[in-house]
Design a protein around this ligand. Structure first.
Ligand code: MN
Length: 252
């Protein structure tokens, strides 16, 4: 007797037409039942924002992909809380066009989509291709290997995995590494320009290079040709600072 196929909800932050999302779906299509709910435009950097002041609309392509006029978090929230007629078993977000290393996870809509799945009780994975060379097939093969493994040896239900795949041909991958998040140097300065009427406009500058990027970090794994796999949790409390803060607070 074969076990029932897992039902996966796929999303991303680059929009429903993105190559990374198409690669993700293709990589998993024969391993699980897929439903795709993704933003109708690029929402990279959307972080965990939820749309509260306007209605959401969901359209559907001829291939059955849902596209929503909202953020990645909206997509996953909507999918799990009412849009779909079934509850997915897991959420996978990506394949993001670019790295989500270190501090990036707080800005990332891809990671947010995965975390929203987790907030709603599902295990979740965010996967990103760490570069601009566009070896999406490498990331596709990596998630395929990991998902096959996971179907045989499940992870605890509250797990969120943040995966970054080196942007190299698949043959050059050296394997998987469990990592912690590093962090970046301060980002590049904002880029100032002018619109056609001469009014100033600004582009947010590129993220900084890795600062805390030594052995054991996600930066280091990717730099050395490994697929970086970081388990995330979202208790942002700085527990080690609690006793000192308690001492510091005014007495009355
Ligand atoms: Mn993106």
């Amino acid at each position: 007797m074969t076990s029932p196929r897992m039902k996966l909800l796929l999303s991303n932050d680059d929009g429903y037409q993105a190559e990374g999302l198409a690669t993700l779906a293709l990589a998993l299509s024969d391993l699980a039942d897929l439903t795709i709910v993704a933003p109708d435009r690029n929402q990279s950097g959307a972080s965990h924002s939820l749309t509260l002041e306007m209605p959401l609309r969901a359209g559907r392509t001829r291939d059955g992909i849902y596209y929503v006029n909202g953020t990645p978090t909206d997509c996953v929230h909507l999918a799990i809380t009412g849009l779909l007629d079934h509850e997915p078993d897991m959420v996978i977000a990506g394949i993001n066009h670019g790295a989500n290393l270190g501090d990036d996870v707080l800005y990332s809509g891809t990671v947010a989509a995965a975390v929203e799945g987790r907030f709603l009780g599902l295990p979740a994975i965010a996967i990103s291709l760490a570069g601009d060379h566009r070896h999406f097939d490498t990331a596709g093969q990596a998630i395929r290997t990991l998902f096959t493994h996971l179907a045989q040896t499940p992870l605890p239900p509250q797990t969120v995995l943040n995966i970054n795949v080196p942007d190299v041909p698949h043959g050059q991958l050296r394997g998987f590494r469990a990592t912690r998040l590093g962090y970046r140097h301060r980002s590049e300065p904002v880029i100032e320009s002018a619109d056609p009427k001469g009014r100033p406009i600004y582009w947010v500058g590129a993220p900084g290079d890795g600062q805390d990027a030594g052995p054991g970090t996600d930066f280091h794994a990717v730099e050395n040709g490994y697929v970086s796999v970081t388990p995330l949790h979202f208790d942002l409390t700085r527990h080690a600072a609690l006793p000192a803060l308690g001492e510091w607070l005014p007495r009355s």
